[in-house]
Design a protein around this ligand. Sequence first.
Ligand SMILES: Cc1ncc(COP(=O)(O)O)c(C=O)c1O
Length: 374
Amino acid sequence: VIMQVPFLDLKAQYRTIKDAVDCAVLRILDQSNFILGQEVPEFEQAFAKFLDAKFSVGVASGLDALRLALEACGIGQGDEVIIPANTFIATALAVSSVGAKPVLVDIDPVSYNIDPALIAAAITPRTRAIIPVHLYGQPCEIEAICQLAAQHQLTVIEDACQAHGATYNGRAVGTWGVMGCFSFYPGKNLGAYGDAGAVTTNDPQLAGKLSRLRNYGQEKKYFHQEKGLNTRLDTIQAAVLQVKLPHLASWNAQRAAHAAQYTALLKDIPEVSTPVVLPHRSHVFHLYVVRVPQREALQTFLASQGISTIIHYPIPIHQQQAYRDLDYRWGAFPHTEQAAGEILSLPMYSELQSAQIEYVVSKISEFYTQQRKD
Ligand SMILES: Cc1ncc(COP(=O)(O)O)c(C=O)c1O
C-alpha cells in the first residue's frame, strides 16, 4: 500500500496550535494595528532573548534582512562580498541588490557549508564582508570565519535563514557575526504565515539604523534620516511568530530525532551517504540532505510511491542565467557542482511520523535492491 509522505506538512503543525494562532490573528484584526503594532517589538524582544542577542529587528523577508544588513554597513557599488557557492540564490541577490559583487567560495563536501580554508584566497582590496551561511540547519565554521574576518577587517553578516536555534560552541548562530539574518518563510523551522524575517545584532547603533532603514528611514513619522525602504515585519506575522516561538526548541528537537532515525535506518543502504554533524555544534535539520547515485530515477520512484523529495539546490549560483555576468566557468567550484548532481532532501518536518520515516527508507532500499539486480 502507498503511504503519502509530503516533503513538508504545514497543516499538521497548524492543527497543533490552531486555537492560539486563530486567537492571535483575530486579535490583530480586532485592534487593526496592522503596521508596527505592539506585537512587532514584543516578538523582536522575545526572538532576541531566545538567541541571547541584544536586539532583533523584524523585516519583511530573509532577503530583505540580508539586504538591510549590507546597507546598514554602507556596503554597495564597488564592494565585494564573499558568499558560499552552495546556497539559496537570496544570499547572492542581497549582495547584488545593494550594487556590490558576490564573490563565491567552494564548500566543504562533508558539511556542504563554505570551506573556511578557501576564503583567504578570495579576499581582494575590494572585499568588505563575508556572508557565511548555516546551510540546511548545520552551523558553518563560524568561529574560524569570524577570526579570519577580524584579521582582514571584514564584516561578518551571518545568513542564518535555515538555522533558527542552531548553536556553535553553545552560542546561537546569528549572534557570532556583526549581524545575523533570519527568514520566517512558512517552511522554515520558525515560519510565519506569509513572508517575514529579522536581523539580530548586539550593536545598538546598528539596531537603530536597521529599524529606520526598514521604515522609510524614519524614527519619528515624516522625519527621514536615511533613504530607507518599506520592509517592515507585518503585525499579523509577528503575532503568529509570537505564538510559535515558544515551540521552536521542541520542534527542533523533534527534527533532530527524525534525522537520527533516518540515519540509523539508512546506514544499511551502502549507496546512500547520510548527513554528517561536525563537532562543537548542534544541527537543527531544516533539511535532511542525503547524497545518492541515480538520483533522478530514485526521485521518480519515490514520487510514484507517494514520497515527495526536493533538491536544494539543483543549479549552483554561478551556473544560473541571472549570474552569467559573474563570468565563472564550469568547474570553478567542483565540490558545489558535484553536490548539486547528487544531493536529495528527504521529507523533514517536526510532525513527521516514525512510520513515515520507516516507509521512506524501505522504499529507498527497495529501489537500490532492484538496481543491484538490473
Ligand atoms: C539560506 C537562505 N538565505 C536567504 C533566504 C531568503 O529568505 P526569504 O525567502 O524569507 O526572503 C532563504 C530562504 O528562503 C535561505 O534559505
